[in-house]
Design a binder for this molecule. Structure first.
Ligand code: OFO
Length: 169
């Protein structure tokens, strides 16, 4: 069983992970329009990761004999139109998600749910990886500037990313 306040916080985070999936799906569509298949692949992996993050919590809430309540997913707001602008938004978004995971941990701490804290440790580590991964692509895009050939090389590199189903918790 989960404390009601913690159950609500988990449900809110499930919604945020599903929003992340939707946001990255929107970004994938923009890169498809730009004819950059490597970036499309990178976002495809990202979409699958976000679904896995949401489902990890979805399954955990059930495992704790609590209830999953699905709410509407907001329309994704994609602010930029260039690869650099889009990756700036991705990093900003991941930093926001990190802050939400921390807030969820705060609730678990408040209700003294040690099992939930231990489960959420995985997400804390994952956010470090997410930010590092996105920050790496962003740094390369800053170096590339207006160099189209270098952008195509990065695109080739991003084409190699593969989705590995995470073992959560
Ligand atoms: Fe679920 O880590 Fe990105 O948002």
């Amino acid at each position: 069983m989960l404390d009601k306040k913690l159950e609500a916080a988990f449900n809110d985070q499930i919604n945020k992970e599903l929003y992340s999936e939707y946001l990255y799906l929107g970004m994938k569509a923009i890169f498809a329009d730009m004819n950059l298949p490597g970036f499309v692949n990178w976002f495809d992996v990202q979409v699958q990761e976000e679904r896995a993050h949401a489902m990890g919590m979805f399954d955990y809430v059930h495992e704790r004999n609590a209830q999953v309540t699905l709410e509407a997913i907001d329309k994704p707001e994609i602010k930029g139109s260039t690869p650099l602008e889009i990756f700036e938004q991705v990093l900003e978004h991941e930093e926001y998600v990190t802050s939400r995971i921390n807030a969820l941990m705060d609730v678990a701490e408040e209700v003294r749910d040690r099992a939930a804290l231990s489960f959420l440790d995985w997400y804390v580590k994952e956010q470090v990886e997410e930010e590092a991964n996105v920050g790496g692509v962003l740094a390369t895009l800053k170096l590339i500037g207006e160099d189209k050939k270098a952008l195509l090389l990065l695109d080739k590199d991003l084409a190699t990313r593969t989705f590995v189903a995470p073992v959560i918790g």
